[in-house]
Each structure stands twice: as structure tokens, then as C-alpha cells.
Design a protein. Structure first.
Length: 190
């Protein structure tokens, strides 16, 4: 696997080494030793999640507050998504900056999203199956949602006429409001 740094500290694109021939393909989707080596520290995943969404579904921008922040390793096994990670670590040099990436079953790219980031995606294909490994369990009382179209973040989501957004995500609040509600230490990685 190849680990590719992004402009946001700690956020990485993981490109697997794919072996293919006329029968199909094979690749290691996760190797703990290689992954930890590429990050420079050990990571333990405790939960795997799998979602299926139709075209136009926008999920996010989600994160869990401290003390149960989640790091996520995300990938698409069917279809294509526009994936977004936002650095919400107040002490980070890239605070309020985002990285976007097309993740698809064709390119097999993965994104490592460390603790202290918000995450969301928009389904570009007819349907998409999305997998993500998390470093902590889901704690609904600590789940937070930043508005997907927060004007301060100004994320360049692809144009779509028929966005499908859950009521929970439509009720998201601005990053500025979240910062008012939570002390900076609740957002920062331990």
C-alpha cells in the first residue's frame, strides 16, 4: 500500500497495491502493520460500519466530541462518492480547512481521517456502498453535525439538483456555533 500525505496534517490517502488479471483482482484492503507504519503510530479499530446510499444522498458533516472522538478509515466498495474531511482541531495549523477526494470502487482509494476531523460525503453514482472502520464506538450523545453548506467552510460540493439530506443533517449547525457550545478541548484529539 502507498500512503499519500494531504495538505492537512495527519489526513492521508491510502492507495492499495492491486493485483489484477483476466480473472479479476486482489488487494489487501487493510494491513495493520503497514497502516500503523505509514501513520507512525499504532491505531486500533473497534467498529466497522457499512452504508448503502442512492445518488444525491449527502451525509455529514459528522464527528464525535471528546472523550470518544473517532478516527476513520473510509472506502467505497461499490459506486463513487465525493468525500470531505474538515480539520476541526482548534490548535491545528489547518483548522477549518478541508480536503476533498473522489473515492470509488474503481480507484480503490481509502482516506484516513484522524480524530479531530468532521466527515461527510455525497453519492455521485446511482448507488454507493461505503465502508468505514472507526477507532471508537458510536456514542449518540457525543455525535455532532456541522452544516454541510456552512458558509465559513464553503466546501465546493459537486452540483446536483436532487440532494437527499436527512432531517438530522439538515438540522446541523455552523462550526462557529459548535465552537461556542463546546470548549476547544472537546474537539481536539487527546
Amino acid at each position: 500500500m502507498h500512503s499519500i500525505d494531504t495538505s492537512l496534517e495527519g489526513l492521508k490517502i491510502i492507495e492499495p497495491i492491486v493485483f489484477g488479471d483476466d480473472r479479476g483482482f486482489f488487494y489487501e484492503s487493510f494491513n495493520h502493520r503497514q497502516f500503523s507504519t505509514s501513520l507512525g503510530h499504532d491505531v486500533t479499530f473497534v467498529q466497522d460500519n457499512h452504508s448503502l446510499s442512492q445518488q444525491g444522498v449527502l451525509r455529514g458533516l459528522h464527528f464525535q466530541a471528546s472523550p470518544h472522538q473517532q478516527g476513520k478509515l473510509v472506502r467505497v466498495i461499490s459506486g463513487e462518492v465525493f468525500d470531505v474531511a474538515v480539520d476541526i482541531r482548534p490548535d491545528s495549523a489547518t483548522f477549518c480547512q478541508y480536503h476533498t477526494e473522489i473515492l470509488s470502487s474503481a480507484n480503490k482509494l481509502q482516506m484516513w481521517i484522524p480524530e479531530g476531523f468532521a466527515h461527510g460525503f455525497l453519492v455521485l453514482s446511482e448507488k454507493a456502498e461505503f465502508l468505514y472502520k472507526t477507532t471508537d464506538y458510536w456514542h449518540p450523545e457525543l455525535e455532532r453535525t456541522i452544516l454541510w453548506n456552512d458558509p465559513v467552510l464553503n466546501i465546493p460540493w459537486p452540483s446536483t439538483t436532487n440532494l437527499i439530506i436527512s432531517a438530522k443533517d439538515q438540522a446541523g449547525i455552523s462550526l462557529q456555533e459548535i465552537l461556542k457550545q463546546s470548549p476547544p478541548t472537546a474537539l481536539s484529539a487527546p
